[in-house]
Design a protein around this ligand. Sequence first.
Ligand SMILES: [Zn+2]
Length: 113
Amino acid sequence: MMIIRNRVLPIGRRFSAINICGLLFVKQSAELTPELLTHERIHTRQMTELFIIPFYIIYVAEWLVRVVLSGGNLFGSYRALSMEREAYRYQDDPGYLKRRRRFAQWRNIQKAP
Ligand SMILES: [Zn+2]
């Protein structure tokens, strides 16, 4: 995974990295932990199987729907996203991508941790 350190990411203080088409932009101050890398690799896999642009469309659309349904809970809606639930659930498991099934983000719907 290509990693680009950046000082000026417009992603808010709760986030340390953003994955844009498989390129990982990481805040200067952020620690690159194995969990972060696995989390982002899971997103890259999700993107690849959705041919990238649909990934972002679905991601943003699901987030907007959840924000409305939750009455404006921006961060909770982010954590509840299908893509994020899968990434957070398995970020501690470096072997996960080897056994991951296609479209696992929709096969294994569970509550956000
Ligand atoms: Zn994520």
